[in-house]
Design a protein around this ligand. Structure first.
Ligand code: SAM
Length: 182
């Protein structure tokens, strides 16, 4: 079973690194996944856009789940969910990058830095191996911060109250068994 080392490697190989379903279950339900596989082993939201639709140019509505394709277009997806203002994104915790400063540190309402290296799945539902870099869940909208807080996914939650001064930290109480199925 082949794991992956980092997101550059990841984007060169393929885009189909699926979120462990227990993460979706812990945070959902979602109204829209704007970047889903054409053939998917499970639903991640009520509605899905695929590469055939180009989710970036479609209208987004409701609560969005975003695990974006990795590569040079990733910032466009983050910009889009930020403007949409209602959803949660799963991305690598590359906290020093331009994208992180432009769309996350400044504008996200909450960030849950995951304690564990989760395992992604292939589009056929088989295990794709551990992520080789730390990951975080980024919330836009207060309801989605609450979803992170209540998910009990292990990690450290940083919330931004938008006065630019206060950041609060809290720890999840117990771990969601997101390594069990892979
Ligand atoms: C990292 S995977 C995430 C899949 C799924 N959203 C999940 O969370 O399990 C990214 C997905 O985006 C799809 N994709 C790539 N470019 C896209 C585009 N322009 N519009 C919609 N989907 C796209 C890929 O086919 C792939 O299934």
């Amino acid at each position: 079973m082949q794991g992956f080392l980092h997101d550059t490697w990841l984007s060169r190989q393929k885009d189909e690194w699926l979120t462990p379903p227990e993460i979706i279950r812990a945070l959902g339900p979602f109204d829209l996944d704007p970047c889903a596989p054409v053939k998917r082993p499970w639903d991640t939201a009520r509605h899905h856009f695929t590469i055939k639709d180009n989710g970036l140019i479609q209208p987004w509505s409701g609560r969005v789940w975003l695990n974006p394709p990795y590569g040079r277009h990733t910032p466009l997806w983050l910009s889009r969910i930020k403007r949409h203002g209602n959803g949660i994104a799963l991305i690598f915790a590359r906290t020093e990058t331009k994208m992180f400063f432009r769309h996350i540190w400044t504008d996200a309402d909450g960030i849950l830095f995951l304690k564990d290296r989760i395992s992604f799945f292939h589009a056929d539902g088989t295990c794709g191996g551990h992520a080789g870099a730390p990951l975080c869940l980024v919330a836009y909208g207060d309801g989605n911060v609450e979803a992170l807080r209540n998910s009990e996914i292990a990690g450290v939650l940083v919330t931004n109250n938008r006065d630019g001064l206060k950041i609060s930290y809290s720890r999840s109480r117990r771990e969601v068994s997101h390594e069990s199925s892979c």
